[in-house]
Design a protein around this ligand. Structure first.
Ligand code: NDP
Length: 241
């Protein structure tokens, strides 16, 4: 590879897959992390190859420091990505009174510890090279809270706080850190939700498309965003303003 590289976690499906395709179209080679859906990941790889870019598939659980080390470390010895998008996330919804410790821990471990595990390993190289863009995918749940999502809201609010701190730590090294906070977006994650009820709450009266999140990520990676760091950009049809 000699081209600029974007590492995207949770890239096999949904928002992550759209981000990978958009950044490939923008000229990046892609390191695509995912957990276990090899079929979806291979489909993504084919599409990226058609766009004329390289795609390396990196299956590992972002919640596990050991797995992250085993898969990512050898890659980082060869090259340091210019862009890191921390997108991997899961939901385990339940009202707090019914929430199990596993529901709590699994969500925090994937979104928040996953952010730590991947960012920590990529950051040192970015700092040495004095360049980089980190984009963390939060959620409306992390901004406003959503009933039934205490675990997810905690993880996604945590991502916002962690990103603001990191933005200030590394701005002097030429690294920008921003957050994108999507509202309801049409993916597997939202496929079982009562869409009719939700539409009533969205001022734009429609659910968002993954490409609409990917477009904002693309902008944040571009030189047009060169003075933007530590910000949270919502892509939510007005559901939280
Ligand atoms: P999907 O459920 O469609 O896709 C999730 C992706 O994350 C898959 O690629 C999955 O891999 C990967 N993943 C899940 N757990 C892990 C893990 N432990 N390690 C590595 N990869 C993992 O989700 P969305 O595309 O809807 O969501 C993407 C992000 O956007 C998430 O952080 C989510 O919280 C956030 N978001 C989504 C919204 C929505 O309405 N859809 C709204 C606001 C935020 P695999 O295919 O192998 O399972």
């Amino acid at each position: 590879m000699g081209n600029k590289i974007a590492l995207i976690t949770g890239a096999s499906r949904g928002i992550g897959s759209s981000i990978a395709l958009r950044l490939a179209a923008d000229g990046y080679d892609i390191w695509a992390n995912y957990k276990s859906n090899h079929e979806a990941a291979n489909q993504l790889k084919e599409k990226i190859t058609v766009l004329g870019r390289e795609c390396v598939l990196l299956p590992f659980d972002v919640a596990s420091s050991e797995e992250t080390d085993r898969v990512l470390q050898p890659m980082l010895e060869k090259a340091i990505p210019e862009v890191l998008v921390n997108n991997a996330g899961i939901i385990r919804d339940a009202l707090m009174v019914w929430m199990t410790e596993d529901d709590w821990q699994d969500v925090i471990d994937t979104s928040l510890k996953g952010y730590f595990n991947v960012t920590k390993r990529v950051l040192f190289g970015m700092m040495q090279e004095r360049r980089g863009t980190i984009i963390n995918i939060s959620s409306t749940a992390g901004q406003s809270g959503i009933p039934g999502q205490s675990n997810y809201s905690a993880a996604k609010a945590g991502i916002i706080g962690a990103s603001k701190s990191l933005a200030m730590e590394v701005a002097g090294r030429g690294i920008r850190v921003n957050v994108v906070a999507p509202g309801f977006i049409e993916t597997d994650m939202t496929s079982n939700l009562p869409i009719k009820e939700i539409l009533n709450k969205i001022p734009m009266k429609r659910i968002g498309r993954p490409e609409e999140v990917a477009g904002v990520v693309s902008f944040l990676c571009s030189s047009d965003a060169s003075y933007i760091t530590g910000q949270v950009i919502a892509v939510n049809g007005g559901i939280y303003v």
